[in-house]
Write a protein that binds this ligand. Structure first.
Ligand code: GLC
Length: 475
């Protein structure tokens, strides 16, 4: 008995030691807070059926096709035999992200269908063993990221797994963890699921699945590819504290890594929150770091017929809206089974890149706006040497050429168009700061005015949290 206590005590000390060596959160988060903009990639076997199974279009998000269509395990496995991404060019992917102004990539190393894009030794349900391509897809991406100075994050579906037996399958509609209860988007959250649909899925317990598949695989992804910047858990269906602790214990393998809030609620909050498919209201923000993940069309995983593409204008304005509230934007691409990005995505990435090249300064390393919500656009800020710079992104160009900046009391040092450096006149009218603009917007999507003022603009008080900003449990 005594001995057991001694051993346990020793283990606790050791664990404490490991954790106390962990790098301070602010230090780990620094690059991410600077970055503001990243690329999400959902890629897997589901890109083969691309939304259609046995001639039938399966509705909702593409990467859920196996669950939505209740496709038997053996039948779904057969799709891997057609997963042969001969056009995959990791270097080109990273360059596209970089040219769009993105600073990090998070890719699905394993989604809910359990398929590992990497070489996994604990299952044959992976890229190397189950496909004609036969090569690890994460490895070249990690190399390209390193080459181009892009941070690499890995998404891992730790609880749900519909092919490796014992993995969870989201069961039922609950009100906990709604991403966006009142949205009209294609809603991944309003469906009721009945759990497993094939006896092959339950031939072992979830505990065995955690021990034999998920924990070893997380160890693999944290040790096989060099530095991993983000570990992005998803859907804590069926998770227990004991399971979560097993995953948590692996984090010191990447001491600088940050993690999201989806490991298990509420005791494993990770480093940042993950509102999904939505941009939170100011009233929901509680001072914690957050990242909105969002699709460019209506699906994460590729669907050949999904055409609900957002315009470039919407995407750029979303990024500015998010930055103005102090968050990050993780914008999704669903590559095709041949390894190419959809043309519509490429087109949008390019257009965003054109805008970012001129205006990126208004996004990177900025903080939330100190101003009250603006009718004409969004604002971000940077403080330096005791002064503040405001970046005013104008969406609606004022017809009378007068841009009012309400509530600003600081003395103006200078105002200029960010694109050209052209100085703009400022004055006070009716006790309000007015900037005189040229007759036409430089960019109809968002023209940025850089406003340098004297002194630090007082920060707005962090608003109280109204509802929990969470996502990821229910489908
Ligand atoms: C959800 C879905 C999933 C998608 C993710 C992105 O949790 O289950 O398909 O990967 O959201 O945030």
């Amino acid at each position: 008995m005594k001995k057991t206590f001694l051993v346990m005590g020793l283990m606790l000390c050791l664990m404490h030691d490991v954790y106390s060596q962990a790098i301070d959160k602010d230090e780990r988060m620094a690059w991410w807070r600077e970055a503001r903009f990243g690329m999400f990639i959902h890629w897997g076997v589901y890109a083969v059926p691309a939304g259609t199974h046995n001639g039938q279009r399966i509705n909702r998000i593409g990467e859920w096709i196996m669950n939505r269509g209740k496709i038997p395990v053996a039948e779904y496995r057969a799709y891997a035999k057609q997963f042969n991404p001969v056009k995959y060019d990791a270097d080109a992917w990273v360059r596209m992200a970089k040219d769009a102004g993105m600073k990090y990539i998070v890719i699905t190393s394993k989604h809910h269908d359990g398929f590992a894009l990497f070489d996994s030794k604990v299952t044959t349900w992976d890229m190397v063993d189950a496909t004609p391509y036969g090569k690890d897809l994460i490895k070249p991406l990690a190399e390209a990221c390193r080459k181009h100075g892009m941070k690499l994050g890995l998404y891992y579906s730790h609880a749900q797994d519909w092919v490796n037996p014992g993995g969870a399958a989201a069961r039922k509609k609950t009100t906990e963890g709604w991403a966006n209860p009142d949205s009209t988007r294609i809603d991944a959250y309003t469906e009721t699921h009945s759990g497993h649909w094939d006896p092959a899925q339950t031939t072992r317990s979830m505990e065995q699945y955690i021990n034999d598949i998920a924990v070893p695989q997380v160890k693999e992804i944290l040790t096989q590819y060099g530095d991993i910047a983000v570990l992005w858990w998803d859907t804590p269906t069926g998770m227990t504290d004991a399971f979560a602790e097993k995953f948590q214990a692996l984090l010191p393998l990447q001491p600088r890594m940050i993690t999201n809030d989806r490991l298990k609620r509420p005791d494993f909050p990770g480093d940042f929150k993950t509102p999904e498919q939505r941009i939170p209201d100011l009233s929901e923000l509680d001072g914690k770091d957050w990242e909105t993940c969002m699709t460019m069309n209506g699906t994460w995983g590729y669907k050949s017929y999904d055409d609900k593409w957002k315009t470039t204008e919407t995407l750029i304005r979303n990024l500015l809206d998010i930055a103005s509230k102090g968050g990050n934007y993780l914008l999704n691409i669903g590559p095709k089974a041949d390894g190419e990005f959809p043309a519509e995505s490429i087109e949008r990435l390019k257009a965003i890149g054109v805008w970012m090249k001129v205006n990126g300064e208004a996004v990177y390393g900025t903080q939330a706006s100190p101003l009250a919500p603006l009718s004409w656009g969004r604002c971000t800020r940077k403080d330096k040497n005791g002064n503040t710079t405001l970046y005013l992104s104008v969406f609606e160009w004022p017809k009378d050429g007068k841009l009012i900046v309400p509530g600003l009391r600081n003395q103006v040092n200078s105002a200029a168009l960010l694109a050209s450096g052209k100085k703009l006149q400022t004055g006070i009218d009716n006790d309000q700061l007015v900037i005189t603009l040229p007759p036409n917007a430089v960019d109809p999507i968002a023209t940025v005015i850089r406003l340098d003022v004297k002194g630090i603009i007082e920060k707005v008080q962090a608003p109280q949290v109204k509802k929990e900003m969470q996502a990821g449990e229910v489908h």
